[in-house]
Design a protein around this ligand. Structure first.
Ligand SMILES: NC(=O)C1=CN([C@@H]2O[C@H](COP(=O)(O)OP(=O)(O)OC[C@H]3O[C@@H](n4cnc5c(N)ncnc54)[C@H](O)[C@@H]3O)[C@@H](O)[C@H]2O)C=CC1
Ligand SMILES: O=P(O)(O)OC[C@H]1O[C@](O)(CO)[C@@H](O)[C@@H]1O
Length: 381
C-alpha cells in the first residue's frame, strides 16, 4: 500500500482527510500528541465515521495506525522517509510546532531518496501549506532547502466539511456532515499530483479558498459571534433566530459581491453556493456548539482571516462592508472563559482600550473608514 502521514488525528483528520486517503489506497499513519488517542488507534487499527443527515451512512475506516510524535520521534522520522504524501489538520497555530520534526525527517529522506513528495496543510486559512513550508525551511540548511525546492511540494489547499466537537461513547467515532470539498493547488505540486478520491487539483486555488473561507467560515463565524451575544449555545438554534440569519445574509451579500467581482463568479452559481452553505448550517442532525465555531477570535480577527480580509478588500473595491463591520464588532465581545484567545483579546481591550485593541488585532489602519466603522459597531454592542 502507498504510505500517508497525517498530522492531527482529530475531527478533520479522522472524519475527512484520513478516510479519503484510505479510500484512495493509502495506509495512514496519524501523528498526534494525544497519548490516549494514539494508543486507541493502534489498539484498534480502525475507527468509524457516521455521516449525519437525511440519508445517514456509516463508514468503517481501516489501514490506519498512529505515532506519538512526543514519545516516538524516530518512528515519525521513518514514516516521513517512506511517505508518499503528508497532510496536516492540526490548526494554523500548531504548524510551527511540527516544523522541526518535519524538517529533520525531510532532510533524512532527501539523503536516502530523491522522489517527489507533496505536503498539504488542510487548515482553515489562506496559504496554510506555504506557511508550513516557511516554518520547515527555518530548520534546514541552505543545501537542504535547495533539495526541498527540487523535490518537496507544499500545495496550498481548501478543506470544507463541518465536523463538530465529538461527544460520543466511542472516543474514535466521528460524526460528520454529508458535504465535503477538498481542493489543492496543482501549480505547487511536485511530480505527478497524487490522485486522491475527493481531492480536486485546481489551478486557481485562491478563488476556491476565498469562496470557501469568505462564505462558509465568514458566515459561520458571523452567526457564532452574534449568537454568543444572545446567549445561544448551538448553531442550529442560532439559525432559528431571524435577526441573526438576516445579518448573516447581509454578510454573504457583501462577501458575495467581493467574490463575484474579484473572481468573475457567475452570480446565480454563487447564490446557490450561499444557499447550500445556509442549508448546511441548518442540519438538525449536527450538534455544533457556538463556542467551537467562534473559537480563536484573535486568529479570526486577523488581517488575513475570514472577517477583516473581505472587509478590507471590499473597502479597496470602493464598497462599504457594513455587515462585516458589525460582526467584527460582535467578535470583540466574545469573552468565553474556556477560550484562551478570547481571554487574551478581552485582556487586551481592558489593558489598552478598545481603540488600540482593534488596531492591534485587526491591523486595520487607524485612519481608515473601516476602522471607524468597526470601532463604532464594537462600542455600540
Ligand atoms: N472541524 C472542522 O469542521 C474543520 C476544521 N478544519 C481545520 O482543521 C484543523 C483541525 O481542526 P479539527 O480537526 O477540528 O481540530 P481537532 O482539535 O479535532 O484536531 C486537531 C488534532 O491535532 C492534534 N495536535 C495538536 N498538536 C499537535 C502536534 N504538535 N502534533 C500532532 N498533532 C497535534 C490534537 O491532539 C488533535 O487531535 C484546523 O485548522 C481547522 O480549522 C477545516 C475544515 C473543517
Ligand atoms: O476551525 P476554525 O478555523 O476555528 O473555524 C471553525 C470553522 O471551521 C469549520 O469547522 C470548517 O470549515 C467550520 O465549521 C467553522 O466555520
Amino acid at each position: 500500500m502507498k504510505q500517508a502521514v497525517h498530522f492531527g488525528a482529530g475531527n478533520i483528520g479522522r472524519g475527512f482527510i484520513g478516510e479519503l486517503l484510505v479510500r484512495s489506497g493509502y495506509e495512514v499513519a496519524f501523528v498526534d500528541v494525544n497519548k490516549e488517542l494514539v494508543d486507541l488507534i493502534n489498539e484498534r487499527r480502525g475507527y468509524d465515521i457516521e455521516i449525519v443527515g437525511d440519508e445517514p451512512q456509516k463508514i468503517h475506516v481501516e489501514h490506519v495506525r498512529a505515532i506519538n510524535s512526543a514519545e516516538n520521534p524516530e518512528e515519525l522520522m521513518q514514516a516521513i522517509e517512506q511517505a508518499d504524501i503528508i497532510t496536516t489538520a492540526i490548526g494554523p497555530n500548531i504548524l510551527k510546532f511540527i516544523a522541526p520534526n518535519l524538517a529533520k525527517g525531510l532532510a533524512r529522506r532527501l539523503k536516502r531518496t530523491q522522489a517527489p513528495l507533496n505536503i498539504i496543510a488542510c487548515e482553515n486559512m489562506v496559504g496554510g501549506s506555504s506557511l508550513l513550508k516557511s516554518y520547515v525551511y527555518e530548520h534546514l540548511t541552505p543545501e537542504e532547502r535547495a533539495m526541498c525546492d527540487a523535490w518537496i511540494g507544499f500545495p496550498d489547499a481548501a478543506v470544507d466539511r463541518i465536523v463538530p466537537l465529538q461527544k460520543n461513547e466511542d472516543p474514535l467515532l466521528v460524526k460528520v456532515e454529508p458535504y465535503a470539498e477538498w481542493d489543492a493547488d496543482v501549480t505547487q505540486a511536485k511530480g505527478e499530483p497524487p490522485a486522491i478520491e475527493g481531492l480536486t487539483w485546481v489551478e486557481n486555488l485562491e478563488a476556491y479558498i476565498e469562496r470557501k473561507l469568505f462564505t462558509v467560515n465568514t458566515g459561520h463565524a458571523s452567526i457564532a459571534y452574534l449568537a454568543y451575544r444572545k446567549g445561544i449555545k448551538d448553531i442550529y438554534t442560532a439559525m432559528q433566530d431571524k435577526s441573526i440569519v438576516d445579518m448573516a445574509r447581509q454578510v454573504w451579500a457583501e462577501t458575495g459581491s467581493l467574490l463575484i467581482k474579484k473572481f468573475g463568479f457567475n452570480p446565480e452559481t454563487h447564490k446557490q453556493y450561499i444557499e447550500t452553505t445556509e442549508r448546511r448550517f441548518r442540519n438538525p442532525h449536527l450538534s455544533d456548539e457556538v463556542t467551537r465555531v467562534a473559537r480563536g477570535p484573535k486568529r479570526k480577527l486577523g488581517a488575513k482571516d475570514r472577517l477583516v480580509s473581505p472587509a478590507s478588500q471590499l473597502l479597496a473595491q470602493g464598497q462599504k462592508p457594513s455587515a462585516l463591520a458589525t460582526v467584527i464588532g460582535a467578535a470583540f465581545h466574545f469573552d468565553y472563559e474556556g477560550d484562551k484567545e478570547a481571554q487574551e483579546v478581552q485582556q487586551g481591550i481592558q489593558r489598552e482600550g478598545l481603540h488600540r485593541a482593534i488596531h492591534n488585532y485587526t491591523e486595520i489602519p487607524e485612519n481608515s473608514e473601516l476602522f471607524r466603522m468597526v470601532e463604532n459597531k464594537t462600542a455600540g454592542f
